[in-house]
Design a protein around this ligand. Structure first.
Ligand code: UDP
Length: 377
């Protein structure tokens, strides 16, 4: 059977890589990888690290691309491939526009859709935008739902998805993380190597969420500048997202601060190593919220809501919104209140055990009558 993973952005590439690997190793399946290129360099960087060479590359990226542009170019590109060589199923991951476009294009051609990281819900259609809508649309046209946690499974059942079509796998991001952290990859930038070995405390920051772009992100920049001034012994590391809208908002306030290091997006191996070095993580990312708890790092999430409540309940993630004052206060607390820090750092990681890809493969094998599922995560 031919299975086609379809992905286009950095987070999808990271989370799809473990699934690609198990499909490639399986004697029952042929794995044909299609990338859309919704992100370009950040996508290629991840494929390279995991040794994945795409079979098809739609290369749809355009400067300042719109969501509708991404959707239409993806559907059009995939449809040509499906017309010539239809796979037996596609796998899409998560909630990007590539992911939903891939699901729609396959569905319209009668090709079954397998959805990895299914069932996450923030319960606010416009936040995160467009991700909440993307994942709900994808769920409606999916044949096999690979839910990362029992919470995400329950969300699907509440939407009347049939229980036999849902498998709880754990999140493949933990498979990718454990595999990568183990390798302890060196930093290419000597400044980062120096920070990592200096023993100084690091605040690792990432921001890119669409609904934070604009004034909220300018506030993040101002908050970082204030933290940098107040904590001269702290090093703030900010791998800046490629999106120019993000850079234009965040960077002006922190330019020239001696203890703020702004880098290009880090290769996955380097980012996860920085994550393991970091003292505190400040982010609006989905994936980072899942990875950091696995490494025992407290995470302050600059969002009002999250589709990943498990780590909030476990106590290792705290939602703090994007208010400048609040960011300064919350970071200050974690830097200067040991009890508050320990409470967050000691909580357990609820997202996976490193066997999510194995469970996904077993469920796909069952779907095609060539294997049996293994016990849920
Ligand atoms: N990441 C990376 N390099 C960086 C920043 C993040 O490899 O400089 C990884 C991170 O480990 C995580 C993923 O990118 O697995 C998260 O991507 P992003 O925050 O862009 O998207 P989201 O998860 O919010 O959809």
């Amino acid at each position: 059977f031919t299975i086609m993973p379809i992905y286009g952005t950095r987070p999808e590439a990271i989370k799809m890589a473990p699934i690609v690997k198990v499909l490639q190793d399986s004697p029952d399946f042929e794995c044909v990888v299609t990338v859309t290129g919704q992100h370009r360099e950040m996508l290629d960087q991840v494929n390279e690290i995991f040794g994945i060479t795409p079979d098809h590359d739609l290369n749809i990226i355009q400067p300042r691309q719109t969501l509708n542009g991404v959707l239409t170019r993806t559907v059009e590109g995939l449809d040509k491939i499906f017309a010539e060589t239809p796979p037996d199923a596609v796998v899409v991951q998560g909630d990007t526009t590539t992911s939903t476009a891939g699901a729609i294009a396959a569905f319209y051609r009668g090709i079954p859709v397998i959805h990895a990281e299914a069932g996450l819900r923030s319960f606010d259609l416009f936040s995160p935008f467009p991700e909440e809508a993307n994942r709900k649309i994808t769920s409606q046209i999916t044949s096999l739902h690979l839910a990362p946690t029992s919470t995400s499974k329950e969300n699907l059942l509440r939407e009347a998805i049939a229980e036999q079509d849902v498998v709880v796998t754990g999140n493949t991001v933990i498979d990718a993380l454990l595999h990568t952290v183990e390798q302890q990859l060196p930093f290419t930038d000597p400044q980062l190597e120096e920070i990592a070995s200096s023993g100084k405390r690091v605040l690792l920051v990432t921001t890119h969420r669409r609904e934070n772009q604009g004034e909220a992100m300018r506030g993040v920049g101002r908050a970082l500048a204030r933290i940098a001034d107040a904590e001269p012994d702290l090093t703030i590391v900010l791998p800046a997202h490629r999106n120019p809208v993000v850079r234009e908002a965040v960077l002006p306030a922190i330019e020239g601060k001696p203890n703020v290091v702004v880098t290009e997006p880090l290769a996955y191996g380097e980012f996860t190593r920085m994550l393991s070095v970091a003292h505190v993580v400040l982010t609006d990312s989905g994936g980072v919220q899942e990875e950091a708890p696995s490494l025992g790092k407290p995470v302050l999430v600059m969002r009002e809501n999250t589709e990943r409540p498990e780590a909030v309940t476990a106590g290792t993630v705290k939602l703090i919104g994007t208010d400048e004052e609040r960011i300064v206060t919350e970071v200050d607390r974690l830097l200067n209140d040991d009890a508050a820090y320990r409470e967050m750092a000691n909580a357990v990681n609820p997202y996976g055990d490193g066997r999510a890809a194995e469970r996904s493969l077993a469920a796909i094998a069952e779907m095609f009558g060539v294997g049996e599922r293994i016990a849920d995560f």
